[in-house]
Write a protein that binds this ligand. Structure first.
Ligand code: SF4
Length: 181
């Protein structure tokens, strides 16, 4: 499958308007690595088995990898957030919310001309104060995306492969998402 440069340029322009750093992402490099799922299962983030966007609810690695490999093209999206220190929790949270809001905006814009996309989010879904999992269905199924980690992706490795800087130095935190099309 050939990378769709024309569509990439269109999406890249929209992503830049929204405020993302961008890089082309060839989905053929994406490998669903079970070691990432093992890290999810350690549950340091307390989202394992607690959200529709995370394992095990998001589905098997095999199925997610099959879905990722259906696409010929993709875009990696980054947001660099200034933080005062590693413990500047408020800046981390504000930065994450801002990255996720921008991601929603971009997904909505792309879906006006391409319904068949696969958005992969930065971490677990944090849209609702309390996730409905596992008692009732997700409140916003159109905005429910698996995280890159849930898909078994080492984000740092993908950044390197795509030529994007993963760690932008002390005083910053960078959030990453991607969209396959
Ligand atoms: S949108 Fe709400 S219900 Fe759905 S996965 Fe996110 S937090 Fe859970």
């Amino acid at each position: 499958m050939e990378f769709n440069n024309e569509l990439y340029k269109k999406i890249e322009a929209l992503a830049a308007e929204v405020g993302f750093e961008t890089a082309p992402l060839d989905p053929s490099i994406l490998e669903a690595d079970p070691r990432v799922r093992d890290m999810c299962a350690e549950n340091k983030c307390r989202r394992y088995n607690a959200s529709w966007s995370c394992p095990p609810a998001c589905g098997s690695l095999e199925n997610l990898e099959k879905r990722m490999k259906k696409y010929s093209s993709g875009i990696l999206l980054g947001t660099i957030i200034p933080v005062k220190s590693r413990t500047d929790v408020q800046a981390w949270k504000t930065g994450e919310d801002s990255h996720k809001d921008h991601f929603d905006t971009l997904v909505r814009q792309i879906r006006t001309f391409d319904k068949d996309i696969m958005p992969l989010a930065a971490g677990s879904c944090t849209r609702c104060a309390k996730c409905t999992y596992p008692d009732s269905p997700c409140r916003f199924p159109d905005k429910l995306y698996p995280s890159m980690e849930a898909c078994g992706l080492f984000v740092s490795r993908i950044c390197k492969q795509c030529g994007m800087t993963y760690n932008n130095g002390p005083g910053t935190i960078t959030y990453f998402s991607c969209i396959l099309f």
